[in-house]
Design a binder for this molecule. Sequence first.
Ligand SMILES: Cc1cc2nc3c(=O)[nH]c(=O)nc-3n(C[C@H](O)[C@H](O)[C@H](O)COP(=O)(O)OP(=O)(O)OC[C@H]3O[C@@H](n4cnc5c(N)ncnc54)[C@H](O)[C@@H]3O)c2cc1C
Length: 413
Amino acid sequence: MQTMAIVGASLAGISAARAARAQGFAGRLVLIGDEPHRPYDRPPLSKDFLAGKMTPEHLRLESPEDGEGADPLQAEWLLGAAARSLDAATRTVTLDDGTEIKADSVVIATGAYARTLPELAGLANVFTLRTLHDAQDLAPELVPGARLVIVGGGFIGAEVASTARALGVEVTVICSGAVPLSRPLGAEMAGTLAALHEINGVELICDASIESYYSGEGVVSGLRLADGRYVPADVVLVAIGAEPNTAWLAGSGLELGDGVLCDPMGRTNAPGVVAVGDCAAWLDEDSGEHRRVEHWSGATERPALAVTALLEPGAVRQPLNLPYFWSDQYNVRIQFAGHARDADRVDIEAGDPAAHSFVAVYYRGGQPVAVLGANQPRLFTKWRRQLNAERAVATQATAAAAQPVLAASPSFI
Ligand SMILES: Cc1cc2nc3c(=O)[nH]c(=O)nc-3n(C[C@H](O)[C@H](O)[C@H](O)COP(=O)(O)OP(=O)(O)OC[C@H]3O[C@@H](n4cnc5c(N)ncnc54)[C@H](O)[C@@H]3O)c2cc1C
């Protein structure tokens, strides 16, 4: 293998580049990214960066562990260059300016973009938060007394609410479900954490749907809800989730769904092409479904497995850690590993949910399957390690049984 092209020069992309070099790939490594910046970290964008406690320099993902010198990964960096298309059969990436990059292997790491509300497109006081540029636009709006309305009750909305409150902003969160975060955490535990908003002076409006927007002179001034309530706004953040950046792959020959469909090592249906990070939907063997995992740890850990699959085409399945994320809200560190379902039994292992300091373990069929921690990092980590260890043993047993099939058919979607 002489050339590896990595499309998307952010967390999953640089993690794949590091893994390739660490696993002995000595050929040409091309990193293609449509943002003008070197890879940067997104989690602080809704936290310390938005709060004015960090500069862009603090966000840089390149570190001394990449080695010494100006080009430690010995990569060709094509930044500010969008990939327009891929021919998966010949592994040719075509850039917006028509440049073609023919590679022996391709890593797709194009991440996701923030969903928007078409009704609010182009209004000057309406924001989303995905990129450094977005955060730089939003930050100056968060001044004491400003009325911020956050549409969406997910993690990014909750984190911005928390950051904005600390800056003296008046915050309203509008959420379509009965309780924010019920999908990732299950309704029961999500309910305990939703209280954080109200305790911290945020108005939380659940089960809401927006009927109309009031706008004039290029800005939105308020929202009318279906129950007749009017919510005035100086600033609106639309935080209603993200979609995978896969439009450029239409016609590539790759199977697409909610993301690039991959096997449990990141292989797509095209030999020599893998997908990692927020744009990739790896097969989750527990549920039999392809799932995108939009968490920092997935974009950091999984690229090493996908690179192994590229460099060793017959590679045996390797254990995959449970999906893990953290979120910082109102001085509470929330950590979660696994997949929650509403039917899971939840036991409080330690602490007190009412005090927002606890560890809760989710059981399915009597087996622990997921763990949630709030301000209990040590005990949470112990549980997470235990669950990952149990999973590794199960994966190795399955892989050993399935090995002849995998070796004969590396792409088995
Ligand atoms: C505000 C914010 C806060 C977050 N906080 C947390 C947190 O607290 N905990 C947690 O676990 N996770 C958090 N996350 C999630 C985490 O940051 C993501 O999971 C991670 O960034 C995914 O990395 P990625 O490289 O797959 O995608 P991205 O970081 O989205 O990078 C993809 C890159 O590819 C580029 N690209 C897209 N299309 C093309 C193309 N056609 N050609 C070339 N380049 C292209 C994009 O512009 C981008 O630079 C947060 C995310 C955001 C946005």
